[in-house]
Design a protein around this ligand. Structure first.
Ligand code: IMP
Ligand code: MG
Length: 180
């Protein structure tokens, strides 16, 4: 593990090592296992690209029968939100009457997740919950409850474990934070 890395024009320093991420993923998986133990085949819906690594580790710790799918929304440009969110792509088949757990890499202002939840709720699922690897409480501007937050951070910009800075950094197994 390197302490400082360069991605495009910015330097990032190590913030959360892989072992700590694994502990947080285990803890959130245990909560979901308890809450959904008696529910009929819940459906995990991962939001690409950022959630791929979190989903992969989370789902291995899920003990009930489940289904899994991925969808795609608009992505971020650089280190601040563009405020532009495209439509939801890739959800084939009905989710009516299903228990849906949306899996996100990070909920920042809440713009993306709100858009996603509006679209999902119009499809009449039995329930929708959100499981995010990271939550930024100081930036969150929406009222929709984010039930499962593996970790909370401040307003800093992070990369690694699926999260990118203009497409770089997704494959890092540790989390890095941008330096000034
Ligand atoms: P929101 O719509 O403002 O909640 O932003 C959500 C999306 O912005 C996430 O799914 C990420 O793609 C991106 N994002 C927000 N904060 C970060 C960060 O610190 N690092 C990398 N991507 C981020
Ligand atoms: Mg994302």
């Amino acid at each position: 593990m390197q302490d400082i890395i360069q991605l495009h024009d910015r330097k990032f320093r190590i913030m959360i090592p892989a072992e700590k991420i694994d502990e947080a993923v285990t803890a959130v998986a245990e909560r979901i296992n308890r809450d959904y133990a008696d529910k009929e085949t819940p459906l995990f819906v991962g939001v690409l690209n950022g959630s791929f690594m979190f989903m992969s580790d989370l789902i291995k710790k899920i003990e009930f029968q489940n289904e899994l799918s991925f969808v795609k929304l608009a992505s971020y440009e650089g280190t601040s939100s563009t405020g532009q969110v495209k439509s939801l792509l890739g959800l084939n088949g009905s989710i009516e009457g299903r228990h849906v757990i949306v899996v996100e890499d990070i909920v920042d202002t809440g713009e993306s997740i709100e858009h996603m939840l509006r679209d999902l709720e119009a499809r009449r699922p039995a329930s929708v919950a959100v499981c995010t690897l990271f939550f930024k409480p100081a930036s969150y501007r929406k009222s929709y409850p984010i039930q499962y937050r593996a970790m909370e951070i401040g307003n800093e910009f992070i990369v690694g474990y699926g999260l990118d800075y203009d497409q770089l950094g997704r494959s890092l197994k540790d989390i890095y934070v941008v330096t000034e």
